[in-house]
Write a protein that binds this ligand. Sequence first.
Ligand code: X2X
Length: 334
Amino acid sequence: TRRHAVTLGAAAGISAALPLRYARAAEFSFKWGTNVPEAHPLNVYGRKAAEALTQATNGRVELRLFPNNQLGGDADMLSQVRSGALECFSLSGVNVLSTMLPASAISGVGFAFKDYPMLWNAMDGKLGAWLRGQINKAGLVAMEKIWDNGFRQVTTSTRPIVKPEDFRGLKIRVPVSSLWTSLFQGLGASPTGLNFAEVYTALQTKVVDAQENPPAIIAASKFYEVQKYCSLTNHMWDGWWFLMNRRAWGQLPPDLQETFAKVVNAAAVAEREEVARQNENLKAELAQKGLIFNAVDPEPFRMMLSNAGFYKNWKAKFGPEAWALLEESTGPLS
Ligand code: X2X
């Protein structure tokens, strides 16, 4: 049987030949774009999901992963997944998705989530369900489990961030997003919105002196080559929704939709564990590569944001319903 052949192939370590083991071409072949390098767990677990999906559907559904902005930058991939040129795209709700759907940025409010239990309780609970509903209304499909990127840390080539004043005038890259821009303006920095594909070069050529991302990305994207300090600000959490073009999703019959969702969501849950592990363990490895780490007390930074009117302004923008859902998980934010 086909299944038997797959097992033998896997045991023999043959994976490049996978499609040949199926007599017919896949009935449904979906491209999946991501914005981070091959080595990042998003792609490692993405590849596992693609293999599992081929097996679980006997080759009927094929997921072809294109990591590292191979299909274009964040904004390009978003328009492609909206038009149907791309079927699947992993995108943060706080990133360019929020330019078409402002509500999707609410998970990125500064210093909102203290830890992972608080975060998953929200994203796997009512807040996540509400956000997927919004994404759906905007014409895209979001799989239930959001993939982890992690709590974000600031790297710079100039100075460590120890107290809020250290942000003053700092040229820092942020994703193209008004929430991100306002967060760093509130902290006194000079943020520039850039798609992720442009970040390494922008740091290398000193167009910006800083960026902010979790250790797993700092390692996978080799930012340690062009940055000197990493300050553990934990200023916000971020993750990737697995977004799909609605027509592509609708092509799958219900049983295949169910299998697809099950496989992709299971991979997301496994990816979360690996990302959390890496974001903790990679610090030692990055320090060996020359990155200088420092711990940060978040409270003065949160106070500064609060004094800048950040929470008041964003509460008004997101509206009472969304804000109440957020605060249900985080406690009062002001
Ligand atoms: O663009 C970024 O910094 C990244 C990779 O973390 C996101 O996708 C938000």
